[in-house]
Every structure is written in C-alpha cells, then in structure tokens.
Design a binder for this molecule. Structure first.
Ligand SMILES: Nc1ncnc2c1ncn2[C@@H]1O[C@H](COP(=O)(O)OP(=O)(O)OP(=O)(O)O)[C@@H](O)[C@H]1O
Ligand SMILES: [Mg+2]
Length: 409
C-alpha cells in the first residue's frame, strides 16, 4: 500500500498542491499554523472519507475558494493497493442553500459511494490529542472503534451506517408517540415499533458483536505493547461496555461488569444472533421507558470501552503518562490488527507526536515506523528526529500552504 501522489485544491489553507511521495518515509517540517495537520487530514480523508477535525464539510473548503465562480474543494490521491493503481478523489461542491456542501466520491473517475472508498487506502493517524481516547468521553472511544473497524471491515461500515439511519427513524417515531401520549400497550404502537425494533436489532447486533470481537484482538496486542512500555509493571485491559447485556454474562455479573467490579470476565467471542436476541428482548422490556424518553436508550450508540491498568480504570485513576502510554499502545495495536486482517499494513500518519513522547515511547513508535510501508510525519522541529532518520526520509518544509523539498541535514 503506497500513496504516490496527493493533489489538493482549496483544501483548508492549500490553494493548490501537487505532492509526490517517492520514499517510504516523508518528514514535513513547519512552524505553527502552516498546514502540517491539514495535509495529514487530507490524506486521512482519502482513507476514511471524513475530515477528522471538521464537524461540517464546509469547514475544510479553503477560504480562497470563494474567489472561484463556484467555490469547491478537492482532494485526490494516486495510490497503489495490492498491485493495483487507483485514483481516489473527494470533491465538495456547494448546495443550493450556499451553506452546506455535497461530497462526491470518485474512484478512477467513476462516481462511487463513500463506503466503496473506505478501506482501500488504510491509514492510522497519531495525534497529540490521542490521549482523549483514554481521558475523554465515550463518544471519542466509539469514534475510534468505528474509524478503525470501518477501514478493516466493509460489512461493519454498512451495518453501522444502516444502524444510524434506522436509529434516526426510530427516534423520530418515539418522539412522535411521546407527543401523542399514546399507551405503550396500544396495538398500533406495538406494530410500528416492532417493525423498527427488528431492523435496529439486526444491524445493531452486527455492530456490537464486531466491536466486542475486535476489542478482544486489540486487547491481546495492546497489552503486550503496554507491558513493554511499562517494563512489565502494568497490565493493560480493555473492557467492552455495552448498554445492555449481550449474553455472555448473567444479568448479575453484567451489572458488576458495568460498574467495574468484575475484572476477570471470560474473554469469549460474541455472535451476532445471540446479541440480536438479547437486544430484541431488552427493547421489548423497556418499551415504556423509551416511550417516556422519546428516544432509543439501548444499543451501540450508547456503547463505551473501559481501559484499565492493573484492574483500575485509567480514565479515573491513571496518571497523564500512563494514559498517554495506553493511548499509544492502543493505536499501535490497531496498526497491527489492521495488517493482520487486511493482509497489508496501513500507512502511518504521525502529526507532531514525537515531541510529546519520552525516549522509551519514541523508540516503540519508531519500531512501528520501521514495519510500515509508508510513513508521513510532521514536526515543528527537525531536532525531534535523529540525523539518521532525516537522511532516510524525504524532507519538506511547509509554509503557508506551500510544500517545498529541502535538505534537512
Ligand atoms: N477552510 C480553511 N481555509 C483556509 N485556511 C484554513 C481553513 N481551515 C483552517 N485553515 C488554516 O490553516 C492553517 C494551518 O493549520 P494546521 O492545523 O495545518 O497548522 P499546523 O502546521 O499543523 O500548525 P501547528 O504546528 O500549530 O499544529 C491555520 O492557520 C488555519 O487557520
Ligand atoms: Mg498541527
């Protein structure tokens, strides 16, 4: 897997960029606010179809695009995947309201769905704020799981997107029923909800089983990495915390598990049918409660993941250093799982992370870099990298959205 060329038009502060990657290692240096993160965001967008730092698509359209007759933004990459050459392309064009943008995806010039592109170019992005994975809210952790799994497994991506659509419709129905103050026992309510429950449980179970099983694989590798980082003093564990009991534990055990009081649960795989049955049962049992809330209270949209060291929740008890190590171990494990599952290792995109790390963690990250087919790294300071690294890498300077090759030695 290799990204040979990246072209940007009106992508954030890049008016126009055409950059060729000729060596496995690329090092981009620049002062603050010059476009280093933006460049990695563009590459990561080709892998995931989403702009990691934007809540709305229009945020990534370059301000200078307003000078065009029709403002637009374009990211395209020439990539080589398993011997095939592909051109991946994302184009944003304004909608009639003039505020929002339409995202068009093309592969070799032909229009495709976002889902068809995700997972072709695989990448793992390391950011200084990765620690949020450990000390942030559940949304961060769900996002992390989704970004990783969507690249690994197309059927996951399909199930997740169907689930989200169904959830929206089911929530609208619940809200309407709440406004009408209908009785949960009314036959019409029963029929309407039963229809959506079935669909929700089917797609939701697929998402939940996949997350659970992925976490088992991830835990095995991440805990190995974390043991190395802590000279075997710390045992890292990952606990999947769904919003209802998917069926591996008794109800009593599951309650203890949710509260963090059961640390040694069996590490068994979950199957979809099992989760689906448990999900349907939960929805049937809690129908009155959901009607009162006017929202779907159970499912993968309420999932969380607990990260523990020596049986203690790192979000609550971890030191900053421990949290940082755990986030790094998780990301490195993701790289490994991606390589194992997909057959080819992902690109590594490292955004100014070296300066945050101590010598040991740096060494661990650099070992992963050695194994990756392509690594693109940004830094504000050349000195964060050894002369040897700088010799092996192709070096560029980023300045106000312009990228120039330099000799860094
Ligand atoms: N849509 C946009 N159009 C034009 N410029 C933008 C747009 N979005 C962000 N920018 C600008 O891009 C500049 C570069 O941002 P970026 O985050 O890539 O910097 P950086 O080189 O990573 O800096 P740092 O070292 O501080 O992380 C910022 O000054 C920001 O204001
Ligand atoms: Mg940056």
């Amino acid at each position: 897997m290799f990204l040979h060329r990246l072209r940007l038009t009106h992508f954030r502060n890049y008016r126009q960029l055409d950059l060729a990657f000729e060596t496995p290692w690329t090092l981009l240096q620049g002062s603050n606010a010059q476009g280093k993160t933006n460049l990695l965001e563009a590459i990561f967008m080709l892998a995931t179809s989403k702009a990691i730092h934007a809540t709305q698509e229009r945020e990534i359209v370059g301000w200078q695009a307003q000078e065009e007759p029709i403002p637009y933004s374009r990211v395209s990459g020439d990539v080589q995947i398993d011997g095939r050459h592909l051109e991946l392309e994302i184009i944003l064009t304004p909608r009639e309201d003039g505020l929002n943008y339409t995202k068009q995806i093309k592969i070799n010039g032909a229009p495709k769905r976002a889902m068809d592109m995700v997972g072709l170019l695989r990448a793992v992005l390391f950011l200084p704020e990765d620690i949020k994975l450990v000390d942030g809210g559940p949304t961060e952790r769900r996002r992390y799981l989704d970004i990783a799994l969507c690249q690994i497994d197309r059927s996951y991506c399909q199930a997740l997107s169907s689930f989200q659509r169904i959830l929206l419709q089911r929530n609208n129905l619940l809200k309407r029923l709440r406004e009408q103050e209908v009785s949960p026992a009314a036959p019409a309510v029963d029929a309407q909800l039963a229809f959506w429950d079935e669909k929700l449980a089917q797609q939701g179970a697929r998402v939940m089983a996949r997350r659970h099983n992925f976490l088992l694989e991830l835990e095995a590798i991440a805990s190995e990495r974390h043991a190395m980082l802590s000279s075997d003093r710390e045992r890292l564990a990952l606990h999947y915390l769904p919003s209802f009991n998917p069926g591996l534990l008794s109800e009593q055990e599951f309650t203890l598990w949710r509260q963090g009081l059961l640390t040694e649960a069996p590490r068994r795989r979950l199957d979809e049918e099992q989760v689906q049955a448990a999900y349907l049962q939960k929805l049937a049992m809690r129908r009155a409660r959901e009607l009162t809330a006017g929202a779907t209270l159970y499912g993968p949209h309420r999932d969380d993941l607990r990260i523990l060291v020596n049986d203690r929740d790192l979000r609550i008890y971890g030191s900053r250093g421990q949290q940082r190590s755990a986030a790094l171990s998780l990301k490195l494990a993701e790289v490994r799982v991606m390589a194992q599952v997909g057959g080819s290792a992902p690109l590594l995109l490292l955004d100014d992370v070296m300066s945050e790390l101590d010598a040991e963690r740096r060494a661990m990250l650099l070992a992963a870099v050695e194994d990756a087919p392509q690594v693109i790294v940004t830094t504000t300071d050349w000195e964060d990298f050894t002369p040897e690294f700088r010799r092996r890498a192709r070096c560029f300077r980023v300045c106000s959205g312009i990228v120039e090759a330099v000799n860094s030695e």
